[in-house]
Ligand binder design. Structure first.
Ligand SMILES: CC(C)(COP(=O)(O)OP(=O)(O)OC[C@H]1O[C@@H](n2cnc3c(N)ncnc32)[C@H](O)[C@@H]1OP(=O)(O)O)[C@@H](O)C(=O)NCCC(=O)NCCS
Length: 342
């Protein structure tokens, strides 16, 4: 989880987001894999989560090392499910299923090696239904955390690319922005999918999505291949929206400059026919450059807290921590991940 250069969300901000999820998750004990069991913050978070009834953590690591760390930190890990990827009784089954899933892209020998890696092992626990999601990255890079999910869990039917969104929160305001984290290259269809998936994510977190497909043009004010791509993405997103029963009431429109999506007086002038009149709350950027720069400007100049990236579009949720994360970050992201799995 990234919050600019800082690792810790403001607790009040997170509490607001998590409030929405508490009811959803209460009593569910959703199984979430934490592959980095020998990291202090992760083990502390596992103990915190285990005390509640929302997330039931599965902690990976060398069992003796995890137990020694717990002792050193004065933590009781009684009752927490612990697994060592290097000698688990599940290895044989998971190796075979990994080879089968990779369809010629990994030999049994390679798979045997790869499943020593807790991220691959943990992702296989999710793939085989033993856990609902995974949270890693306290001690691994984004690519090492995300790659096993892209290779094994893969994207949902109808979604060609996973994408990373940020909740942008300031006092009573809450917006969603994407893709700010994953795809350097996006075509119109992938952009349209991000519009739909972002609407779903926003809805799952209690928002009523009004999705703006952003560009440097509003309703034909400029015509270039870049603006035409967003026009086409908007058309495709609206088409997809019509067949998404659980997105009834959601509005997607474009192409908009940011002010035309966000400022009612500008919308009235530049997009008077649009169902979005300055009240968009989900923003889909036309490229990773725009998205990554855009959310950081809101964060740094606008004073918004950025919660994310939250990955969307996968068959099961996997999320990436920042290496500077705190114990609270691990707890919060585990709860967010559990909520995505419902
Ligand atoms: C996401 C990312 C880590 C994937 O890296 P990678 O391992 O080099 O990806 P590869 O191209 O080797 O693909 C590996 C697999 O993932 C799949 N994949 C890659 N990107 C994907 C995406 N966005 N959605 C779904 N699947 C994807 C590939 O199809 C491939 O599957 P296969 O092995 O079954 O054929 C990479 O795109 C990346 O680094 N993105 C930018 C992240 C970044 O720097 N963000 C900055 C702000 S946080």
């Amino acid at each position: 989880m990234v919050n600019g250069d800082e690792s810790k969300f403001q607790e009040a901000i997170m509490a607001k987001l998590l409030d929405v999820l508490n009811e959803k998750l209460s009593g569910k004990n959703v199984k979430i894999v934490l592959p980095e069991g020998t990291d202090e913050r992760v083990l502390q978070a596992a103990v915190e989560l285990h005390k509640g009834d929302k997330v039931s953590p599965i902690v990976l690591g060398n069992v003796e090392e995890v137990q020694a760390l717990a002792e050193k930190l004065g933590l009781s890990i009684d009752g927490i499910e612990l697994m060592d990827p290097t000698n688990s009784e599940l290895r044989e089954e998971l190796i075979a299923k990994f080879v089968e899933r990779r369809k010629g892209k990994a030999t049994e020998e390679q798979a045997t090696q790869m499943l020593n890696d807790p991220n691959y092992f943990g992702t296989m626990l999710v793939y085989t239904g033993r856990a609902a999601g995974l949270v890693s990255g306290a001690a691994h890079s984004t690519a090492d955390t995300v790659r096993p999910a892209l290779q094994i869990i893969k994207t949902k039917p109808g979604v060609s690319r996973t994408s990373g969104v940020f909740f942008m929160i300031r006092e009573d305001e809450q917006y969603l922005m994407g893709d700010c984290a994953i795809n350097p290259e996006l075509d119109a269809n992938a952009l349209a999918e991000i519009g739909i998936e972002s609407a779903k994510t926003a809805k799952a977190f209690g928002m009523e999505p009004k999705v703006a497909m952003l560009s440097f043009s509003t309703k034909g004010s400029a015509k270039t291949p870049e603006t035409e791509k967003v026009v086409e993405a908007t058309r495709l997103a609206q088409e997809k929206l019509a067949s998404e029963a659980d997105l009834e009431g959601v509005v997607i429109d474009g192409e908009f400059q940011f002010d035309a999506a966000f400022v009612p007086s500008v919308a009235a002038k530049k997009a008077p026919e649009s169902p979005i009149q300055g009240d968009a709350n989900v923003f889909v950027f036309p490229s990773l450059e725009a998205g990554n720069i855009g959310y950081k400007i809101a964060q740094r100049l606008g004073g918004f807290d950025a919660v994310g990236p939250i990955l969307q579009g996968l068959n099961a949720p996997v999320n990436d921590l920042s290496r500077g994360c705190s114990t609270e970050d691990v707890v919060s992201l585990s709860i967010i991940t559990a909520a995505q799995s419902l």
